[in-house]
Design a protein around this ligand. Structure first.
Ligand code: NAD
Length: 316
């Protein structure tokens, strides 16, 4: 059956990759995005096609959102403030752009009787867990960033709307997602720093922060795979792979692939890059593996591919 899919944040990094795959399946796609961090060029190939609609609007505009969502079957809610560091300076951004916006999406679904929502959540909801790799049923959940706190609230809203109003939700807690079309994140930041000075690279923290990375293609496939199989009213999955790579190793990979020589690595020091940065993150992926999906690449390979794609997009 052809589904009518509503993607919030569909002009962003992950959202636009998702839009490509969903359009390829022959489903109808509506992208609702205010282009605050997303870009029209990421969805340009679909513009003007019969299966595709782009609405440039803010999710904080609830009447507009309710009207736009009419007649859809499924919502992928990816829009959010993507910058964890932003919360250090502007303490209400995550609350508004993540939590209030998620409430608006769920309220628009309730009014329009849309039953299925897929939420892009994050490993940041675990804070600094004692158990690693961290399984989905780990608790208590005590995030250490305002971003993590707001995403945890988004999860709670999805679960409670699902139970109260007969909806179903799929909550995906992403590791670091990497690939082309980046507008933020470690690889993007490093490339831009090296562009302005190819002789030195500043690394926030001691460079030993080790995390799990997943290629955006795999992230999209995993969401669609688990969506097709989710039986529960509330389905929660970690999405990542079963290894990690540290920041210094990523910097060295990038320098090598960019063909740069004698780059001085300058560490700002301390175990975390900024307040709210979790120095080590590793997600247990047995649950998603158990429904028949496993990442085809480890963290290092995902990072390598992402570096290659990003270098092609913004040459050094
Ligand atoms: P992104 O910034 O590229 O995409 C977010 C999109 O949402 C952008 O296109 C932006 O313009 C749009 N948007 C933001 N606020 C909006 C608003 N009020 N109204 C309408 N549109 C709005 O970020 P991304 O990396 O693609 O992240 C997608 C989702 O995945 C986010 O929810 C993010 O928290 C989550 N996530 C991402 C990662 C990662 O490593 N990239 C990791 C964990 C979780």
């Amino acid at each position: 059956m052809v589904k009518k899919v509503f993607i919030t944040g569909g002009a962003g990094f992950i959202g636009s990759h998702l839009a490509d795959v969903i359009a390829h399946k022959g489903w109808q796609v509506t992208v609702y995005d205010d282009l605050s961090s997303g870009k029209k060029e990421f969805i340009r190939r679909h513009m003007g096609q019969g299966y595709f609609q782009f609405i440039q609007a803010d999710l904080l505009d609830l009447p507009k959102l309710i009207k736009s969502m009419e007649g859809h079957d499924l919502v992928f809610h990816l829009a959010a403030n993507p910058d964890i560091r932003h919360g250090i300076k502007y303490t209400d951004t995550d609350l508004k752009q993540n939590t209030i916006v998620t409430y608006n999406v769920l309220e628009a679904m309730r009014v329009n009787k849309v039953k299925d929502i897929v939420l892009a959540s994050t490993s940041a909801i675990y804070g600094e867990p004692r158990v690693m790799p961290t399984p989905e049923d780990y608790g208590p959940l005590l995030p250490i960033s305002l971003y993590g706190a707001s995403k945890l609230a988004c999860e709670a809203l999805c679960a409670s709307f699902a139970r109260t109003f007969g909806m179903k939700c799929w909550i995906f807690r992403f590791a670091n997602i990497v690939g082309g079309r980046g507008t933020h994140g470690l690889i993007f930041d490093f490339i831009h720093k090296l562009k302005s000075d190819p002789k030195k690279l500043e690394i926030l923290g001691n460079g030993k922060q080790a995390k799990s990375y997943l290629l955006v293609d795999d992230c999209v496939q995993a969401m669609l795979h688990a969506y097709a199989r989710g039986k529960a009213r509330v389905n929660v999955y970690n999405l990542g792979c079963d290894d990690t790579i540290d920041v210094t190793a990523i910097a060295k990979l990038l320098i090598g692939k960019a063909g740069l020589k004698d780059v001085k690595l300058i560490f700002t020091g301390g175990k975390r890059g900024w307040p709210g940065d979790v120095p080590r993150m590793s997600l247990a992926v047995d649950k998603i593996n158990g429904v028949g999906w496993k990442s085809r690449r480890g963290s290092r390979q995902a990072v390598e591919i992402a570096i290659e794609r990003t270098l092609q997009e913004c040459k050094l």
